[in-house]
Design a protein around this ligand. Sequence first.
Ligand code: MRU
Length: 337
Amino acid sequence: MIEPLRFERETGTLYLLDQTLLPNEETYVAITSLDQLVEAIKLLRVRGAPLLGLAGAYGLYFAVLESEKSSDFWGDLKVKVDYLVNARPTAVNLKKEVDSIMVDLPVTAEPYEIGVMVYEKIVQIENRLKQDDLSLSINGADLLTGKKNILTICNTGTLATGGIGTALGVIKVKNGRKDLNMAYLCETRPLFQGSRLSAWELVKEHVPHMIITDNTATYLMSLGKVDAVIVGADRVALNGDTANKVGTLMLAVAAQHYGIEFYVAAPTSSFDLNCPSGSDIQIEQRSPIEVLEFRGQRIAPSESQALNYAFDVTPASLITGYITEQGVLRAPFMEVK
Ligand code: MRU
């Protein structure tokens, strides 16, 4: 069983499967402070929108313990929460899960009681994520019955959610039903979440897959080898515009050209109904080094610079539907809770 994180309550230690080292090394890093967790989030040791929400909830737990030492518990906690939720700006889940816990905490309670309450909420979030994944993966597999060749990008599996996954969860359920011929995985430059992480998961679960370079995707569609595209989401806006791993937009444009259905698979916890449209989503830009170097080796001229957007925004007009735990939705979303 893949366990992207586990918490040892007796020692207050969060163990993160270091996703930067996969697939070559399966190493857990021990996290015992908010600073360590924020660093791990920024470095992508832990990643994927729903799992960032869960990791954020653990971050809040560390923040509460650390703020207990302050004479101004609530003031100090709010500063720490701000620091935590801004570690990565695009995935709504990080801020949303942390805010959803914060809003219910009684200001009259003692800090140690707050710690207990936060922990109880974390357990609830963990269970909900798993349940949502399963429901949405079944919904997606039902919807896409007979579509046996699926193209996807990035990693949207257990490593990204803690559950069966979202887009990758649909692929896994289809495979379990013998309704999958091939999962085509975009390698997902620059950090290779497709070829390192999704492929690692699918090897473990014996799911047939083929890694392709990102620029092969359109040609594959032109050959008639793709029946549907399914991707995850970092933030779905009220009008349906969706931020996801950079390269998603390119897939959606190509899919429309070739008349291929293009689905976003995401729990409704990745929907941000306070965000009117894609142009209101903050897109994370990461270090150019991720593009200019590979494993510490320079691969571009030393004089060259690089632009490294981590995500892009796909307009709702290119999205056939949204596979969620509540069913298959169409934008805009007036009824999502
Ligand atoms: O930069 P990452 O690896 O955190 O990006 C992840 C993605 O873009 C995923 O598609 C998204 O978070 C959905 S995960 C179920």
